[in-house]
Ligand binder design. Structure first.
Ligand SMILES: [Zn+2]
Length: 142
């Protein structure tokens, strides 16, 4: 564990379902009943058509690495170097996160590589969704 505490999000009524989800080991998105748009971050209406007919959906937890930056300087709660990444989920939305479980180098962090969610408990209230390189499925190389 790194020194100090990283800044943590504060759940609000709008994001409560998401943080309840990560605590339960689920990545939750929202889907609009009117236009079928799946979105993140949480909000009580569809960002595409403004409908309030939205439902919570459990995501697969799989996605791909869309972009990232490597920070070389330590921050409270982070050991340097560490990556701040954008993961594009299989369901479509993009999520800002960290990639863990591999070296924080451009060699290890390949754009478009498959990643899967992993959950890291921070406090009783907040469990953060982080991503790690996905295991190669049967039939894949090696
Ligand atoms: Zn919509």
């Amino acid at each position: 564990m790194a020194e100090g505490k990283r800044p943590l999000p504060q759940p609000t009524p709008e994001t409560r379902h998401f943080w309840d989800g990560t605590k339960a080991g689920e990545l939750r998105l929202q889907k609009c009943a009117a236009c079928a748009h799946t979105y993140f971050p949480p909000r009580p209406f569809c960002p595409k058509c403004a409908s309030r007919e939205v439902a919570v959906l459990k995501a697969s937890g799989r996605g791909k690495l869309h972009s990232y930056v490597i920070h070389a300087r330590p921050m409270p709660g982070f050991d340097a170097p560490y990556s701040i990444a954008v993961v594009e989920l299989d369901e479509g939305p993009r999520m800002m996160t960290n990639i863990v479980g591999c070296p924080q180098t451009p060699q290890a962090l390949q754009l478009d590589m498959p990643v899967e969610v992993t959950f890291e408990k921070q406090t009783d209230d907040i469990t953060l969704p982080l991503f790690k390189p996905a295991r190669i499925s049967p039939g894949g190389s090696r």
